[in-house]
Design a protein around this ligand. Structure first.
Ligand code: ADP
Length: 477
């Protein structure tokens, strides 16, 4: 399954947050790294300075081995709350005098230390250790050890990290606010446009419009979109009106044409039935022949007009079925009888295999139309070769098959010949391209189907399947 496309809103928000946070985060990272290094270095420098100054002041006391004076000097460290302990060691590494802050967590001073060559400051988790040689006028008298608490350093770092964190949060809040603003300005109107487009695609209702969103580029886009919709809407209404006018015209024209035509046909048939009286035999034969031709042509015209009338009825949803118990076998035999003369004239054979009685609840005149259409097409496109017809009952109802060995239909055309006014044969064959359309509508209205299998230049086979008792839809749509 294809993954759902990420919405423009999500992409824009992610982009803005990233674009804002990436440089701000990098800058904060650099600054924090540098500041933390500076804070640590400050601590190391100031601790080393304390060590240096105390060593300077203690040098004479150590030279004279004056413990009281050295003790006073060390006690001076009590003014700096960060110094937790300090001790002076003689040149043998033995503790000479010490100072300890009155606090429980003071680490124990070592009773002796190894003699260090030079000054050394090391930072540990809890304290900074400063080792400073005590030297006066080039003579070394001992070593000073000072322990300076890192609590102050840690609280400074904590405070610093806290303010950095707050700054970071502020940057995130600003990025989100910016994203929301952009979302309001850009993605929301675009999403509204996309929503309108989706609604139109779903409902094909071109009367909807996108909301106006000011005069910016998106506003222009929405206005252009709305203008386009207006145009499509207008054209669609025009097209619908034109179709309506055409359908109305078809309906009126077919009615108007049908009335004189019916009367003309009745007249011709009446004349045909008259016994030849006042005319000589050869003239009588000629008149009879002419009248037969007139009758056939009028019948053809009548069928064409009936088809046009059906199309307008179908378009208006007014082609109603009137199903009654119908024997399809008798119906097909009757239609075949009507084609006898035409088949004989064309020297065309029609082989039929019809089960004695295939009965169902169908609209007989409408099925007559379907059978007539299939047989007349088989004659028209069958190239005079034998036509086969069969009627059989099936588990669901009935099956009618008409097969010819004529021009056939290409596979590209097969799906469209059931559409309105669709034709696949050359103009020389004549016809309006309505017979199969109406037949398919009638089959569908009965809950059945009509299908074709065909090979060009080999022939076609049309199959109609009908359910015995169809779920009637009432009107053909
Ligand atoms: P018409 O025959 O009036 O053109 P139809 O709706 O009856 O209209 O048929 C539509 C098209 O289907 C025809 O124009 C023709 O090209 C094709 N067609 C129908 N029946 C056959 C057939 N038996 N053999 C070959 N082509 C056919």
């Amino acid at each position: 399954m294809a993954t759902r496309a990420v919405s423009i809103r999500t992409r824009l928000t992610a982009l803005v947050v990233l674009a804002t946070l990436a440089p701000v985060g990098t800058a904060l990272g650099f600054v924090a790294e540098r500041d933390l290094r500076d804070i640590r270095n400050d601590m190391v420098t100031s601790s080393a300075l304390i060590g240096y100054v105390i060593a300077e002041y203690s040098a004479s006391a150590m030279a004279f081995e004056d413990r009281a004076d050295a003790g006073r000097t060390l006690n001076g460290l009590s003014r700096d709350e960060n110094v937790i302990a300090a001790a002076l060691y003689d040149n043998d590494g033995r503790r000479f005098v010490s100072y300890e802050q009155r606090a429980s967590s003071v680490p124990r001073l070592p009773p002796s230390i190894a003699r260090a060559r030079g000054s050394l400051t090391t930072v540990e988790a809890e304290h900074v250790t400063v080792i400073q040689p005590v030297i006066s006028q080039g003579t070394r008298y001992g070593t000073l050890l000072v322990l300076v608490s890192t609590a102050h350093l840690r609280s400074r770092i904590h405070g610093y990290l806290l303010s950095m964190g707050l700054l970071g949060l502020g940057a995130i809040a600003a990025a989100v606010a910016l994203a929301l603003m952009l979302e309001r300005m850009v993605s929301r109107p675009l999403l509204a446009l996309a929503d309108v487009a989706r609604r139109i695609a779903d409902t094909e209702d071109y009367s909807v419009r996108a909301a106006s969103v000011g005069h910016g580029e998106i506003g222009l886009l929405a206005d252009a979109f709305n203008r386009m919709l207006g145009e499509i809407d207008g054209r669609q209404k025009q097209a619908q009106q034109a179709i309506q006018v055409r359908d109305d015209f078809l309906s009126i024209a077919s009615h108007e044409l049908k009335t004189p035509l019916t009367s003309l046909r009745l007249q011709a048939q009446g004349l045909l039935m008259l016994p030849p009286t006042s005319v000589s035999e050869p003239d009588g034969k000629r008149i009879k022949h002419t009248l037969e031709v007139i009758d056939r042509q009028v019948a053809r015209l009548d069928k064409l007009i009936a088809n046009l009338l059906d199309v307008s009825r179908i378009a208006a949803g007014r082609l109603l079925l009137d199903p009654t118990e119908t024997n399809l076998s008798s119906l097909v035999r009757e239609v075949m009888r009507q084609f006898e003369a035409q088949l004989a004239r064309g020297n065309c054979k029609l082989d039929a295999s019809i089960e004695p009685s295939v009965i169902g609840l169908w609209d007989a005149p409408r099925l007559d139309q379907v059978v007539t259409n299939l047989i007349s097409n088989a004659i028209k496109y069958g190239g005079g070769k034998p036509i086969e017809l069969s009627v059989a009952s099936t588990a669901a109802g009935a099956r009618l098959v008409v097969r010819d060995q004529g021009i056939g239909i290409s596979s590209d055309d097969q799906h469209r010949i059931f559409g309105r006014f669709e034709r696949a044969a050359s103009l020389s064959y004549g016809g309006l391209g309505l017979g199969l359309f109406i037949s398919a509508q009638i089959a569908r209205a009965h809950g059945g189907t009509i299908s074709v299998e065909s090979t060009p230049k080999v022939g076609s086979r049309f199959t109609v399947e009908l359910p015995r008792a169809p779920i009637l839809k009432g009107a053909i749509e």
